[in-house]
Design a protein around this ligand. Sequence first.
Ligand SMILES: N[C@@H](CCC(=O)N[C@@H](CS)C(=O)NCC(=O)O)C(=O)O
Length: 207
Amino acid sequence: MRLYYHPASTCSRRVLLAAHHLDINLELALVDLFKGEQHALEFLKLNPNHQVPVLEHEGFVLSESYAIMQYLADTTLGQTVYPVAPRERADVNRWLFWCGQHFMPGLAILNWENSIKTLAGIGAADPAEVARGESLLIKAATVLNQHLDGREWICDSGLSIADFAIAAPLADQHRAKLPVADLPHVQRWLKQVQALNCWKGTETQRP
Ligand SMILES: N[C@@H](CCC(=O)N[C@@H](CS)C(=O)NCC(=O)O)C(=O)O
């Protein structure tokens, strides 16, 4: 299986976490977002949305990080991070959708303004955008913090791809200046995810 990715892409990181945990060896193909390679015609045939990650598996091409994590789990015998019991699976799906719909919008703004712009050398953060990102993210992260109060993992079925999905973009909490430092349950849970082998094993694939 080949994964088109970029080391600064938190969406790629969540796929890498899932693959490492599932013991799937991905062939990594760098798409240099800083050089604009996501706009190349060849890449647009794989993903017309101009974005990584994209998985290629024996002629099957799949974009969208959450769908890729689900596919990796579904093709792994005996895995437990994407349960098959309908209600347990629905709960994992709920948090994957929540991540995309509620958590990522504010986080992506802050990641872009405070982190990626600096890494790519394309200028200073826009204060109005930073304020918009903070306001969106605080609302979502507060919901997550309350949910994690008294819970070991996000879903009661145990460690799941929802933990990978939501923890991955928090890796850059300091560089992206994410307003989550004062959320004790989020921080305690994140430390737990960061103690997993899959987290340590994918650290070198980051900038
Ligand atoms: N919904 C997509 C979002 C993917 C995404 O935002 N990818 C970013 C990197 S994390 C990207 O490739 N950005 C390049 C661009 O938009 O030009 C997913 O979950 O895979």
